[in-house]
Design a protein around this ligand. Structure first.
Ligand code: SF4
Length: 469
């Protein structure tokens, strides 16, 4: 049937149903439901199939978005999922956690006047539907190369690298310190953005694809890195950015002042293993410091734990926040209060416990190197806010392990491993993701891991059948 090029005029943008805020703050379940079949096909048909697919170029993985939208519009779910997996090993994850409003959907031709095509939602739904129906990537035609590569760290970069290598006939063993795969997908991202059984399903898919796993094993502690290096043709490292940026705030060592990573991990462990919470915020006054998606994740977690109040302290204004506008909107609907243009001066304490935070107003000056306007303190505007808990969500940095630096791998002053095109200074060691880029998005880590996989294939002399874009 001929596609109606003006379909978008009669069909507005429509996502799956969003759970009302009052209900979603009572649970850690996902906020947005799947689109029904008719809605999905109708939404996919809104794609104009522009001559220049800006969405595809804006996507860090350069997903073939117009092509899989076309397949979804025809109801060809398996074909659409197959195509989506050619460029993305985690389409069901990216469709949920990518800030589409800053990436693919931000440049959709329809975005300004009519609302972007629901690219992220279609991506997650076609992957979910195909995987739930038992579809798996078909690797039966892939010839084995005989090469063996170890991947250390089963987060987005490691999964991105492993997926591309097995699709090109390399035997991959993936080492992970946690008991499950996913890295920050399971330890950091809250369940209301990504339910953990979705990552568990991906574990089964990767096993079916032939990836070997050694879980619950910390390299450099439980197993010697040198032994892994000697027994493989190459090693890829995707160790992420585990070190929290130091706030330097007086009082930040007090009881009740928490690092975002520890706080989110605590709640995720409860979700996965039914452990007791160490940092429950029931009935507490919580102040979260930061303006990115992690700050939003902490705030929304505290609201779900029953905090009496949650206030986000950010030194710039709303327009200059780095977080996804969609996440900011969801957080506000759920009850988050914002203290824009405020910076922290000190955590206030009594008997070693947090009692509040001293803040100062800021005004915005000229843009800094990041393009965002620089906050400048307003003299005489200091005041104290009452708080039982202060959560620091100021970002993360990579950390080069000693066992790696001993082998000649080097990092810059920000802790980022020097690995252009994934190659470190050691000929057999490759690296990618946040460890190389600094803390960034899930999708950029995947793309970087795939790029490193291409470097590994080139080093091994394997002509890649499936490539990174
Ligand atoms: Fe958009 Fe992310 Fe999917 Fe790329 S991976 S199409 S940026 S949702």
């Amino acid at each position: 049937m001929m596609k109606d090029p003006l379909h978008y005029l009669s069909v507005p943008r429509q996502t799956g149903a969003v759970v009302p805020a009052a209900e979603r703050v009572t649970q850690f379940k996902e906020v947005q439901a799947r689109q029904g079949e008719e809605v999905r096909e109708d939404q996919a048909k809104r794609c104009l199939d522009c001559g220049t697919p800006y969405c595809q170029w804006k996507c860090p993985l350069h997903n073939a978005i117009p092509r899989w939208l076309e397949l979804a519009a025809e109801g060809r779910i398996t074909d659409a999922a197959e195509l989506a997996h050619q460029t993305n090993p985690l389409p069901e994850v990216c469709g949920r956690v990518c800030p589409q409003d800053r990436l693919c959907e931000s440049v959709c031709t329809l975005n300004d006047e009519f609302g972007a095509v629901t690219i992220g939602q279609v991506e997650r739904d076609i992957a979910d539907l195909a995987l739930d129906a038992g579809w798996r990537p078909d690797l039966s035609f892939v010839a084995k190369t005989g090469f063996k590569v170890a991947v250390i760290g089963a987060g987005p970069a490691g999964i991105g690298c492993a997926d591309l290598l097995v699709r090109n006939g390399v035997e991959v063993t993936l080492y992970e310190a946690e008991a499950s795969i996913g890295g920050l997908l399971v330890t950091g991202i809250p369940g209301f953005k990504l339910e953990k059984d979705i990552v568990a399903r991906r574990f089964e898919v990767l096993k079916d694809m032939g990836v070997n796993f050694v879980l619950g094993t910390s390299v450099g502690k439980d197993i010697d890195f040198k032994a892994i290096l000697d027994s493989h043709d190459a090693v890829f490292l995707g160790l992420g950015a585990p070190r929290s940026v130091d706030s330097g705030l007086e009082g930040s060592e007090a009881q009740g002042c928490l690092e975002a990573a520890h706080y989110l991990y605590d709640q995720n462990l409860k979700l996965m293993q039914d452990t007791s919470l160490h940092f429950d915020q029931l009935g507490k006054k919580v102040v979260v410091i930061g303006g990115g998606d992690t700050a939003m994740d902490c705030s929304r977690t505290a609201l779900r734990q029953g905090a009496d109040s949650v206030t986000l302290l950010y030194r710039r204004d709303r327009a200059n926040m780095p977080g996804s506008p969609k996440e900011v909107r969801f957080a506000e609907e759920e009850g988050l209060k914002f203290a824009f243009c405020h910076q922290p001066l000190a955590v206030l304490t009594e008997d070693g416990k947090v009692t509040g935070i001293r803040v100062q107003e800021t005004m915005l000056g000229a843009p800094d190197a990041s393009g965002r306007r620089r906050p400048e303190p307003v003299p005489g505007s200091e005041r104290d806010l009452e708080a039982d808990t202060v959560i620091l969500a100021l970002g993360f940095r990579p950390q080069l392990p000693a066992w790696l630096s001993e082998l000649g791998v080097v990092a810059d002053e920000a802790g980022r491993v020097l690995a252009p095109d994934g190659r470190t200074l050691h000929p057999k060691i490759f690296a990618g993701g946040d460890m190389v880029l600094g803390a960034d998005l899930v999708v950029t880590a995947i793309a970087n891991g795939r790029k490193a996989a291409m470097g590994i294939l080139a080093k091994l002399g394997v002509t890649a059948g499936v490539t990174a874009a």
